[in-house]
Design a protein around this ligand. Structure first.
Ligand SMILES: [Cu+2]
Length: 499
């Protein structure tokens, strides 16, 4: 990463709620769908054709906050005249917004109503290993027709993603709609007038709305499945937010795309980043108002709506000539007529569970070398040998695909050990890499400092090596994998062990 991050509601029990209130859904109908490069189609609201979900499993009555996530086929129209057969959690994609409280026990009941095995991975959550949902590594997938309860207590506050992680089919499961955002509130959340999840996703559709074919080798060996339709919270972008002048808004931006690595820019709003990949950071305004936004990445930002009625601002994806993801309009009576003036935006309380320092001199070191995929020219490093199942490797070995066992770990360390991993990208593409169960620091070139934020998902440019460090403080078997899911499914994963 080219050092792109430069420093400078009332709490509720976990609940499920629709991702877009009905009023917003209507207001988004006249979206800017035609701006996307590929097929220019009229925008339309999300029509839910499938019958409403009837929980097929009785909900437990023991008082533990429980969310029902029923994977099932659902017909959705992203545009008039188009119908897309999705697999959804509960009838919509993304699945329900799940809100929970830090440190409180939480349960998800997964009911698998589709014909494929499904798991639930809680992306970014440093929970116990058995809740991590990596099929074949931390547990087994839930078979079609079966039900499973996943319980954990989220140790950190922040914005997370939930989705299946089944090597070999993760890409198709997520692309068909099985993903959502999990928001865990801080012990003392910052005062805001509006706290909104912004789940960005793209879909690769044929002109009639059907999914483009899955599993094509060129897609898997190339940039991954780049969508033709861009949505926010399940509706064509942009998400429109009308808020009182001067209102303070927290956006929880999450990239749910299978493969789309983009940059986002804040236009006419002064956005402060308060958390990166869920973890609090020194509040900063992004350099040139832009942030890199890889699949699996999250940012929590806070800004004040412009004070002049009618003024607008936007969060724009820098794709083509720029695609607005969120449009904010100042409307109605100024926010200060309803509440006291708020203090300037400040940092969240630091996460005391993360170390202030890491003893690099006693770190156990490992290498993660990524190779494979399409090569622009022959002979440029170890490439792809043509096996459509095994396109990518780490340290020369393809990770498991469809039902295979995981091989040896790249590193095995005792709990509490500082770790430094040298991550090298010897492919012709930027790589988005995710470390499970841990948040890490990006080290400076000579290990003489680190970037002032924590990550769990990083971007490695072509021919780049970056060293990361963390304390391996979470016992178990943890995946290191691509968040470009077509690559994860064709070998781009490995794992490390904390004993
Ligand atoms: Cu993850």
């Amino acid at each position: 990463m080219d050092s792109p991050l430069k420093p400078s509601p009332s709490r509720t029990r976990p609940i499920c709620r629709p991702d877009v209130p009905a009023t917003d859904r209507r207001s988004v109908v006249a979206g800017l769908g035609a701006l996307l490069a590929v097929p220019a189609l009229p925008a339309a609201s999300q029509a839910q054709v499938a019958a409403p979900a009837a929980p097929s499993a009785a909900m437990p009555a023991d008082g533990l906050p429980t969310v029902l996530l029923e994977a099932k086929p659902s017909l959705v129209a992203f545009a008039a005249g188009q119908e897309t057969q999705l697999w959804t959690f509960g009838g919509r994609a993304p699945g329900p917004e799940i809100r929970a409280r830090r440190g409180e026990n939480f349960r998800a009941r997964l009911v698998n109503g589709i014909a494929r095995p499904v798991s639930l991975h809680w992306h970014g959550v440093r929970a116990a290993n058995e809740a991590d949902g990596v099929t074949g590594l931390t547990g087994e997938a839930v078979a079609p027709g079966a039900t499973a309860d996943i319980r954990f207590s989220p140790p950190d506050a922040g914005t997370f993603i939930y989705r299946p992680l089944v090597p070999g089919s993760s890409g198709e499961l997520q692309e068909r709609g099985l993903a959502g955002v999990f928001a865990v509130s801080e012990d003392s959340p910052p005062a805001v007038d509006l706290d909104r999840i912004v789940a960005v996703d793209d879909w690769r559709l044929e002109p009639d709305g059907r999914h483009a074919p899955f599993g094509e080798a060129a897609e898997r060996a190339g940039a991954g499945r780049l969508g033709t339709v861009l949505t926010v919270n399940g509706v064509r972008a942009p998400l429109k937010i009308a808020a009182p002048p001067g209102a303070r808004i927290r956006l929880r931006l999450a990239n749910l795309c299978n493969a789309r690595l983009m940059r986002i820019r804040f236009d006419a709003i002064k956005a402060y980043v308060i958390a990166v990949d869920s973890q609090p950071t020194d509040t900063f305004e992004p350099l040139r108002s832009t942030l890199p936004f890889a699949p699996g990445s999250r940012y929590d930002v806070i800004f004040d709506v412009p004070a002049e009625p009618g003024a607008t601002g936007a969060v724009t994806a820098l794709l083509g000539e720029g695609l607005p993801l969120v449009q904010v309009t100042a409307e109605g009576d100024p926010a200060v007529t309803k509440r006291p003036v708020l203090p300037p935006v400040g940092p969240l309380a630091p996460n005391k569970l993360l170390p202030e320092a890491i003893a690099l001199q006693r770190a156990q070191r490992g290498n993660v070398v990524i190779e494979g995929g399409l090569r622009p020219s022959a002979g440029a490093g170890a490439g792809w040998n043509g096996d459509p199942q095994r396109i990518w490797t780490i340290n020369g070995v393809a990770g498991p695909v469809s039902g295979e066992k995981f091989g040896k770990p790249v590193l095995s360390v005792k709990r509490g050990t500082p770790v430094v991993l040298a991550m090298t990208n010897r492919t012709a593409f930027p790589q988005a890499i995710h470390i499970h169960g841990h948040s890490f620091r990006l080290l400076h070139a000579f290990d003489d400092g680190w970037e002032p934020y924590w990550l769990d998902t990083m971007i490695l440019l072509e021919n780049q090596t970056q060293r990361i460090t963390f304390v391996a403080d979470n016992k178990g078997r943890w995946l290191i994998g691509s968040t470009v899911l077509e690559r994860l499914d064709t070998g781009l994963s490995c794992w490390f062990e904390v004993t």
